[in-house]
Design a binder for this molecule. Structure first.
Ligand code: ZN
Length: 258
């Protein structure tokens, strides 16, 4: 077994086939560009999986050997099978890290882990975005500096219908005036979840070195510390219990003579 972090980059891989503009930017898919960038370091082994593969490329075996899963979806969230979503969810709760990018806010897996609608405001007008790094001591922002500036992005605006994040890492400002919680973390079970906003498919976001640095940092941060499958066992006491005079059925009630 390698001691490198095992990363699976998942992509629905649809708009790269349907749209000429996206195809020109990401000819082999967004997943390929992300995977190539992450694999350039020496601490990650990176694999990819896509929607049209059997079990969306996320069979039991793949998930069991994945430390961190990166999720890209945009136009085909509904085509992801509920069985696969449940399998991914179970694995996150056991300890696998999950990084959800951009339009993945509406993916079944993200909504299921958040328990809210995950809706937001949006506008596609190639406007400027400045992502403010408000946690400069956090491992996810290592080497990022005070902010990241993207010249052309799709706008996402508040209110973003998510549960209050455990940690808010980035806040975005947009040229048109909106703001957005662009980098958020949550613990779910034993797993760490990071949502990262940038990434509209018609802009070269995943060729941006700072953006890819955040994603690589997030992979290292989300790597499991433990992997523990959920159980709900009946257990024997650790210490010896004193004998009780009451029947179990009445053990919780106040009685005159105990
Ligand atoms: Zn988008």
């Amino acid at each position: 077994m390698s001691d490198r972090i095992q990363v699976t980059v998942w992509n629905e891989f649809r708009h790269e086939k349907d749209s000429k503009a996206v195809k020109e930017l990401y000819p082999n898919g967004i997943h390929a560009v992300i995977a190539e960038s992450l694999a350039a370091g020496d601490d990650m082994a990176v694999w990819t999986a896509t929607l049209d593969e059997p079990e969306h490329g996320l069979g039991e075996k793949v998930l069991d050997s994945t430390d961190v899963l990166i999720w890209w979806g945009q136009i085909a969230h509904d085509e992801v099978s509920d069985d696969v979503v449940l399998r991914v969810r179970k694995r996150v709760l056991s300890g696998m890290g999950l990084i959800v990018l951009h339009s993945g806010h509406f993916s079944k897996i993200f909504k299921s882990l958040m328990g809210t609608n995950c809706s937001l405001k949006w506008r596609e007008a190639a406007e400027k975005e400045r992502l403010w790094n408000i946690q400069p001591s956090h491992p996810i922002t290592d080497g990022i500096g005070e902010y990241i500036e993207l010249p052309n992005t799709e706008m996402y605006g508040e209110r973003f219908d998510i549960p209050t994040p455990d940690e808010l890492i980035f806040i975005s400002w947009f040229e048109g005036g909106e703001v957005f919680r662009s980098g958020c973390t949550w613990q779910r079970g034993h797993g760490r979840v990071f949502y990262f906003r940038p990434g509209h498919e018609t802009y070269p976001i995943f060729y941006n070195e700072q953006i890819m640095r955040v994603i690589a940092n997030a992979v290292r941060w989300a790597c499991p510390r433990v992997v523990l499958e959920d159980k709900c066992p009946q257990v024997k006491p650790i210490e010896e219990l004193s004998p009780k005079k009451v029947s179990f059925g009445k053990a919780g009630r106040l009685q005159g003579n105990q």
